[in-house]
Design a protein around this ligand. Structure first.
Ligand code: PAF
Length: 290
């Protein structure tokens, strides 16, 4: 695709004028928030946003409030020049690179929290995480004023929590989930994959394999708790150092499924999080329903 002129906006005030003009001309604004270090997964979200809107805006902001002390905020990969090139070749129209002061003005006190789903699964292991995500995404929604926003299904829990927040706060924004992009061995594409050494990278594809095997075992009638325990054991045998969870949940509430299948909702999901060395990988696949 030919390079689209990409407007780079580095302040909230500059963004306000650019977006006002787009809305004034009657165009529908699509939005893809990111933390940069862009890969094909992000670019597929830009493609999807383009099919749902007339003008695609992305943001790049490594959000400090979703990292706990000791996590990788300082070392999180940052490569602005490469990111801008990728956005331009993907046909993105505008990128917003706010400052910390734009997102969290001095003296700022307001958090946006979705208690309940934010405290399950990843929320058990990273209790601050979703509170930081919903706070920054709500602020980005207010700055960008999109009609549609696209988030990757790779971060399925994040996507469902953002859907809930959008409903609760009455944002008139359509939330769309984009399919996970995978490497040939099944590893879900993620900015953090670049932390993996070659040896670790060879192991990493086992996370999706564990979920796919568990789904097949459950489909074949194996008890849920047995299939989930087998998946954890499979990961340890494959070389993962620690498994935070492998869980089968209601895709809407993110609550664990009961053992009795007749009590399951129509749409369910299998999610997992596990460590190779210092790198934590997450993934998920549908179990039943969409
Ligand atoms: O998924 C991400 O990259 C981040 O959590 C998001 C949604 C951009 C908020 O910082």
């Amino acid at each position: 695709m030919p390079n689209t002129p990409l407007t780079v906006v580095r302040s909230k005030s500059g963004l306000r004028d650019a977006i006002a003009n787009i809305h004034y001309s009657g165009q529908r604004v699509g939005f893809v928030p990111t933390m940069g270090a862009l890969h094909n997964g992000h670019l597929s979200l830009i493609d999807l946003a383009r099919t749902k809107s007339d003008f695609v805006a992305a943001s790049i902001f490594v959000n400090p409030t979703q990292f706990a002390p000791g996590e990788d905020f300082e070392t999180y990969p940052r490569d602005e020049d490469a990111d801008l090139e990728k956005l331009a070749s993907a046909g993105c129209n505008l990128v917003y690179l706010p400052t910390v002061e734009d997102m969290y003005p001095t003296g700022s006190l307001t958090d946006v929290r979705v208690p309940g789903p934010s405290d399950l699964l990843d929320g058990v292991y990273r209790p601050h995480f979703f509170y930081g995500v919903t706070t920054v995404v709500a602020r980005l929604f207010i700055h960008v004023r999109p009609d549609v926003a696209v988030f990757g299904e790779k971060d399925f829990q994040q996507l469902q929590i953002i859907r809930q927040m959008t409903r609760d706060l009455g944002f008139e924004i359509e939330i769309v989930g984009g399919p996970t992009q995978r490497d040939p061995d099944g590893l879900a594409q993620s900015s953090r994959n670049r932390y993996l050494s070659d040896d670790q990278r060879r192991i990493a594809g086992a996370l999706q394999a564990a979920l796919v095997r568990a789904a097949a075992r459950i489909e074949a009638g194996t008890a849920l708790s047995t299939a989930l325990a087998e998946a954890r054991a499979f990961l340890r045998t494959a070389g993962f150092d620690k498994v935070d969870y492998i869980s089968a949940v209601d895709a809407t509430t993110l609550r664990d499924l009961p053992e009795t299948r007749s009590e399951w909702p129509d749409i369910t999901r299998l999610l997992g999080a596990a460590w190779i060395g210092k790198t934590r990988l997450i993934d998920n696949i549908p179990l039943t329903g969409a």
